[in-house]
Ligand binder design. Sequence first.
Ligand code: ADP
Ligand code: NG1
Length: 483
Amino acid sequence: MTGKIDDLNIFRIRRELEINCQPVDRSDHQLDDRCLKLQQFFKEKFNKNPDLIVSVPGRVNLIGEHVDYSGYGVLPMALEQRVLVAICANGTDKTTLVNMDESYEKAEIGSTFSGCTTPSWYHYFQCGVQGALNYSESMKYKGMNAAVWGNIPPCAGLSSSSALVSAAAVCMFLMNEPVVTAPSKENMANLCAAAENLIGTQGGGMDQAIAFLAQKGIAKYIQFNPLQCTDVILPSNAVFVIAHSLVEKNKAASNDFNIRVVECRLAAQVMAKKKGLEWRNFRTLKKLQDKLAPSMLIDNNIVPLCESLLEDRAYNKKEIAELLEVSVEELVDISMSPDTKNVDVFYLRKRACHVFNEAARVLRFKFCCDEFPEEECLEAIGELMNKSHKSLKELYECSHPQLDKLVEISNPYTYGSRLTGAGWGGCIVALAKENKVEDLITALKKDYYSKLGIGDEDLGNYVFVTKPNSGACIYPLNIDQKP
Ligand code: ADP
Ligand code: NG1
């Protein structure tokens, strides 16, 4: 395909991607305004109008933290905050990327991407493009002009990176219309999850799944392998407040995240070996637990088993290799990621215990939403959120003193609160008591943000109420505005 994408093709994509491809929602004036500004910016930079805008939301995970890459289900919802990408084919073999935020420099990207050592913003775009190209041999690289705008706080556990990766993948599919039949939402999510691994972090797919499968007003219980998505209707008076610690954590810039992935993998493999199983076949805790007994998670007897098989101390590579009866080199080859091969301290028991308990909390959270009267549900899911935070802090060791402080300040005004996303900084999500939302925000302002010099005018960027929002969509632009 060369030249611009016409409306017919956009509607094909609507059917085949099954993306919620609607014209800009004229009732959402803020979004409308943002799209117009992005169009103007595009025109200034490229001297013509874009053909369309791809829009992908960030997300907040309500419960189920650090369990997706161990194969377990999660329970997120999409945010109002989004990444928007305005595009137009440029007929060349290069993509020119500009960003409305000047701190992200202009970039020219070529046709292949196999990873990077220091991640820059445009590498995330390249991941998405590459993910789309990997989908089928019929996919061809098509250069485009692209302008990006986003308001998902970056490096804050709200999935800004996956929104950018996913938007880029959608752009490349649109460029290949009508030659390639675009995949289903589930396949889009899976290919974007694999694509984002190219940046170096071995995430489990939650962010890309909710980016495509989210629906306004509904949280989602998402299971993996195969990807399945079930509606979760939250209590009608549930108010979720997100508060940013102002500590940013870029996941791809350190190996903290991948160390946890490897610790969980090694825990599964050592437990498998001790149970006489072919340990190489067990790369996730869920696969091991399914093999030992699917009901173990529900009956909660996988945790005592884990405690009996793994010791509560640090393991090193040499002893893990001896336990698994392989050389250290083979162990590195089979179980480690490139950025963890020199790590030599692995906590297996407490990481695995967190995962098993957290996975059970997700099931319980969903059960409470499905079965309990509203007030009872709020109390119960709030308590699960508190337990989740404690476990992330003490067993998974991915909290941060500033996140703990936010949780502590929130406590009197909430049913529960917890860090959300990968942690080590970023945000908390608090389930506020309906009549205490104002008090919660006032307390956060007084005891947290004012101490960091954040005034009233900026507060809304760091602490806000959120409701389940819609997933990825495409906004065809007004034909009248084309040059
Ligand atoms: P998150 O938890 O938000 O997904 P990550 O550490 O995984 O955080 O990724 C954050 C990175 O994503 C940023 O450092 C930046 O490179 C990229 N990013 C996020 N939002 C934008 C944006 N609006 N424009 C350009 N790049 C962005
Ligand atoms: P954030 O914090 O949004 O980057 C990461 C992973 C998720 C999940 C959570 C922890 C990526 C892209 N995302 O999310 O898959 O593992 O941490 O629950 O790696």
